[in-house]
Design a protein around this ligand. Structure first.
Ligand SMILES: Nc1nc2c(ncn2[C@@H]2O[C@H](COP(=O)(O)OP(=O)(O)O)[C@@H](O)[C@H]2O)c(=O)[nH]1
Ligand SMILES: [Mg+2]
Length: 429
């Protein structure tokens, strides 16, 4: 990362990695952009949630990104899976592919002989559907479409630099994407990060392609470096792909990584309905879940946790309109928002504790109850509105905000983050 100038302030004892976790579309990326006051990650527009690979945001005096890719065996596996589908119209295609594989990749696939990778077509539809979806995303830039497996297989052969098994035509855009991926294979082979600095031609397009476009399935870790003051003390923000992209194009299942101990922290992002069951289930069985295990205080991990509630502004607009329609004298939207914040904070804290606590209150010893009470107090709740934060900043008369900067919750969360990063990891002695 030297080329990009990754240089957390040496006066800080190290990095504090804080993961933003939550359902897809709940507002994680928008919130991160508000916190950093730049467009650091792509947030969903009309098309819904977009984050496909985890993006690590860290301090760097020069702005840029670096991608670490999956090994080339990822492409070979996908190609192998598609061969099985195409075998009936192109006999021998699998054998020819295996013969061209590097011995270690071939051995890897053969070791998994009993696994899904080598299952005959029809036996394990999951892997073929996955391979089709990913190949389509790589070649056509989207996971859905009508292209035949034979066409996808030809594209993958092109990417790998192999003769195409069947003659297939491609458009210019597809050819450009395939050539682009082919040019990245050396980085995959050498596990060398691919780095681009802001200001380079096509920086935005390249970053978007890695984050949520045709390259996203190949990315293992995407690191964005920025000279953002909040990150200066060594805070690393991780924008995790949301739950709901439960199995993404790379076959990853959420959560990719969860904080597990020293130097790590978590921000759980939810709307006013609280944490969905699937997320609380994943959290309960993770090291984070031990935070809530009041019977085992000794093994409680040291993970600062904050709860963030989004989309309360939507509730406010609805309630405002409803009360006005009923002919009530309605206080300002800001007052309605504040009332919601007061109501939601304790409610959500309680809900989350109930969802994540391992034991019923009746099972707790007195010590356990005390621990639980202390924990409950120690979890911060922030009600935020990234869209309102944006409006305050734009100061656009036609798009007037209804909140003051402080009410948007963004400065409060930024202060919490600054606090955990300076009291974060202890420097090694
Ligand atoms: N009304 C409202 N919309 C929001 C809020 N936060 C995010 N959004 C919108 O929700 C959509 C998804 O947001 P995004 O940040 O991409 O969600 P992510 O998938 O969790 O990263 C975008 O269109 C945002 O503008 C919020 O607090 N209130
Ligand atoms: Mg996102």
């Amino acid at each position: 990362m030297d080329g990009l100038g990754a240089d957390p302030d040496p006066s800080a004892g190290g990095e504090t990695v804080v993961s933003f976790l939550g359902t897809a579309g709940v507002g994680k990326s928008s919130l991160i952009n508000a916190l950093l006051a730049v467009q650091a990650v792509q947030a969903g527009g009309e098309g819904g949630p977009v984050t496909a690979a985890p993006v690590h945001l860290r301090y760097g005096c020069r702005s840029g990104f670096a991608a670490t890719y999956r090994p080339p065996s990822f492409l070979w596996r996908m190609t192998h899976a598609l061969c099985r589908l195409v075998e009936p119209v192109c006999p021998g295609v699998s054998t020819r592919l295996l013969a061209r594989m590097r011995p270690e990749v071939r051995a890897e696939l053969e070791r998994e002989e009993t696994g899904v990778w080598s299952a005959p077509a029809g036996v394990s539809p999951g892997v073929h559907a996955w391979a089709e979806r990913v190949a389509r995303r790589l070649i056509f830039g989207r996971p859905w479409g009508v292209e035949s497996p034979a066409q996808l297989l030809s594209g993958l052969h092109r990417i790998l630099g192999l003769p195409e098994p069947l003659p297939v035509g491609f458009g210019l855009q597809e050819l450009a994407r395939m050539a682009h991926i082919r040019s990245l294979i050396p980085y995959m082979e050498e596990a060398r990060p691919y780095q681009v600095q802001e200001g380079a031609p096509d920086f935005d397009a390249e970053y978007a392609a890695h984050q949520c476009g045709h390259l996203a399935p190949l990315v293992m870790v995407l690191t964005r470096q920025l000279p953002a003051p909040l990150l200066k003390s060594g805070l690393v923000i991780v924008d995790q792909p949301g739950l709901g992209i439960a199995e993404d194009d790379a076959g990853r299942s959420f959560p990719t990584t969860l904080p597990s101990g020293r130097g790590q922290a978590a921000v759980l992002v939810m709307d006013h309905r609280g944490v969905p069951d699937a997320l609380s289930g994943a959290l309960r069985t993770s090291p984070l879940g031990r935070l809530f295990d009041a019977t085992d205080a000794a093994n409680r991990p040291d993970i600062p946790l904050s709860l963030v509630v989004t989309r309360v502004d939507d509730l406010v607009h609805e309630e405002y309109a409803r009360r006005r329609d009923l002919g009530e004298v309605v206080p300002s939207k800001r007052a309605v928002f504040r009332a919601h914040v007061e109501r939601l904070k304790p409610l959500l804290r309680e809900t989350l504790f109930r969802q994540l606590t391992h034991h019923h209150a009746a099972d707790l010893t007195r010590d356990g109850t005390t621990v639980r009470r202390r924990l409950r107090r120690s979890v911060d709740v922030h009600v935020v509105s990234a869209p309102e934060f944006g409006r305050v900043h734009r100061a656009d008369a036609r798009d007037r905000p209804f909140l003051e900067l402080e009410d948007t919750g963004v400065p409060g969360l930024a202060a919490w983050l600054a606090g955990i990063s300076c009291h974060g990891p202890e420097s090694p002695t």
